[in-house]
Design a protein around this ligand. Structure first.
Ligand code: PLP
Length: 305
């Protein structure tokens, strides 16, 4: 019989079929918790420190005390990959408020629940062009920065899910959300970039975005390649009249947007700047300085709660 994958759950590595959480967990009852989605490329975890930092910042903003140090959490991610013998993987790291009663009060939840799932996933990046997707501008507005801000990578994704339902119903791949002011915010689970006259623009934190780690790396890459890049407000007009639009995120990597609300973007295919950034990004994800090696790192035992 094939061996089951293992999941880290509250201090133990358990078989996938035994990795279960309580129905009284406030992560499930109220979306009260935080998470990260992380990639391992060729045996190295891409920008793991940044993901760990963002996880702890998200938790801090919720007054959620993670029961592991950042070093211990890093080791848990690496060990989960090792135990599953994974060299190319997608990692889901979740910290929820834990078990409480049926009331919303987080103070009644004593111990946060921590789990790490790692599944095989090979890179979609390669020598060929990125995938081209079609999108709509959703009627659902991104939660504003003074509401359930997506700067917090929380377990509450209904805002994105409502937009995704709208794009599903429209028969397209993606939904781009505007912020409460009417400027472009982000897509359901990716950041948005527009290119006009050779200049790359992407919405800033003011637009209620999650500050994506892929986004950050692409901004730096633009600098390295001498491509002008701006973090700025982007209007719907600027979006639909752009020469190129692309989306960026850990799981879907880089995707060109060929059509928005039935109108072509540029040629409707992959534009030259999107192609260049995609090709360079494909090279950099496997550079040793971009990640933490999984199989050479020191091995500690699984930290107890
Ligand atoms: C709402 C949202 N925006 C943007 C992103 C992209 O962020 P990252 O590049 O860190 O994966 C994600 C990724 O999950 C997301 O959920």
């Amino acid at each position: 019989m094939e061996k089951e994958p293992v999941v880290y759950l509250d201090g133990k590595y358990v078989e996938k079929s035994k990795a279960v959480v309580s129905v009284f967990d406030h992560g499930l009852l109220y979306g009260d918790g935080v998470f990260e989605g992380i990639r391992e490329y060729a045996g190295s975890v891409f920008r793991l420190d940044e993901h760990i930092d963002r996880l702890y910042d998200s938790a801090k903003s919720l007054h959620l005390k993670i029961p592991l140090s950042k070093d211990q959490m890093t080791e848990v991610v690496l060990e989960t990959l090792r135990r599953n013998h994974l060299r190319d993987a997608y990692i889901r790291l979740v910290v929820s408020r834990g078990v409480g009663d049926l009331g919303v009060d987080p103070q009644l939840c004593k111990d946060p629940t921590v789990f790490v799932i790692a599944e095989p996933m090979s890179s979609g990046l390669g020598p060929r062009d990125p995938k081209v997707v079609r999108a709509i501008v959703s009627s659902v507005r991104r939660d504003s920065v003074d509401a359930t801000s997506h700067e917090i990578k929380s377990l509450n994704y209904l805002n994105s899910i409502l937009a995704k339902i709208e794009s599903n119903n429209a028969g397209v791949d993606e939904a781009i959300l505007l912020d409460s002011r009417g400027f472009v915010s982000e897509a359901s689970v990716t950041n948005v970039f527009v290119v006009k006259g050779g200049i790359v623009s992407t919405p800033s934190s003011a637009a209620g975005i999650l500050r994506g780690i892929t986004r950050g790396r692409i901004i730096k890459l633009c600098g390295d390649l001498n491509i002008e890049v701006r973090e700025t407000d982007v209007t719907r007009f600027e979006l639909v009249t752009a020469d190129e639009v692309f989306l960026a995120g850990t799981k879907s990597e880089i995707r060109a947007v060929g059509m928005i609300d039935g109108g072509k973007i540029g040629s409707g295919g992959v534009g030259p700047i999107t192609r260049r950034l995609y090709q360079e990004f494909a090279k950099l994800v496997v550079r040793p300085e971009e990640g933490l090696p999984v199989f050479q790192a020191k091995t500690l035992s699984a930290p107890a709660r």
